[in-house]
Design a protein around this ligand. Structure first.
Ligand SMILES: Cc1cc2nc3c(=O)[nH]c(=O)nc-3n(C[C@H](O)[C@H](O)[C@H](O)COP(=O)(O)O)c2cc1C
Length: 191
């Protein structure tokens, strides 16, 4: 089993990264292969809406030359993809949103090509948010649930921690055990 964690915060050692750290410690203790990608280290151009990818069968097929093909390769070779992001203005960060829009080439729904390159993958969310989980992260969760329905992915849930005291909020025993339990839940559900 392989996990791909896509971390969307520009703060590489910030709150979301802290949650991911504890989440990944539990995965690594279980011997699971884990890839961690900080999106801010990558070039992720916005989708141009050209639909060229929709006419390329069996491959991602985006005409843009950036790092998204390498991220897509990691997604395709993983069983569980975790989108980890701070909530920015009721959704995700710009790098995460750009990557989410670039999912287009994984679904061949609108052109000559047919099928999906990622149907059946397990999708999970990690969010950190200033507001409480439902008010702060609910809109992002709902968007991803719809993306999963649209793309025939298995939505496996969200672990959300509220920022009340910056990094310290994510280093409490409760926050750490929550991250570890979420990892264990995914391990149990996604075998
Ligand atoms: C530009 C910006 C927008 C934000 N918008 C929201 C928001 O809409 N809802 C919310 O709950 N928190 C919001 N927050 C708070 C962050 O989600 C929170 O502080 C988070 O833990 C930061 O994570 P990071 O350290 O990984 O970047 C926002 C923070 C910033 C900087």
């Amino acid at each position: 089993m392989k996990f791909c964690i896509l971390m969307g915060s520009p703060r590489k050692n910030g709150n979301t990264a802290e949650v991911c750290k504890h989440f990944m410690e539990a995965l690594k203790e279980s011997g699971v292969e884990t890839v961690y990608i900080t999106l801010d280290d990558k070039s992720i151009l916005p989708c141009r809406g050209c639909f060229a990818c929709q006419n390329v069968a069996g491959q991602y097929g985006c005409v843009q030359k950036d790092d998204v093909q390498s991220i897509v390769d990691e997604i395709i070779s993983s069983d569980v993809v975790v989108f980890a992001t701070p909530i920015y203005t009721w959704y995700c960060t710009p790098s995460m949103k750009a990557l989410l829009d670039r999912h287009f080439g994984l679904n061949k729904f609108y052109g000559e090509a047919d099928g999906s390159l990622w149907a059946g993958k397990n999708i999970a969310l990690i969010t950190t948010n200033g507001y409480d989980e439902e008010y702060g992260a609910g809109p992002f969760r709902d968007g991803i649930v719809r993306l999963c329905e649209h793309s025939k992915l298995h939505y496996r849930g969200m672990y959300s921690v509220r920022d009340v005291d910056d990094l310290a909020s994510f280093q409490t025993p409760e926050a750490i055990s929550g991250a570890r339990m979420f990892a264990q839940k995914l391990l149990d559900e996604c075998v």
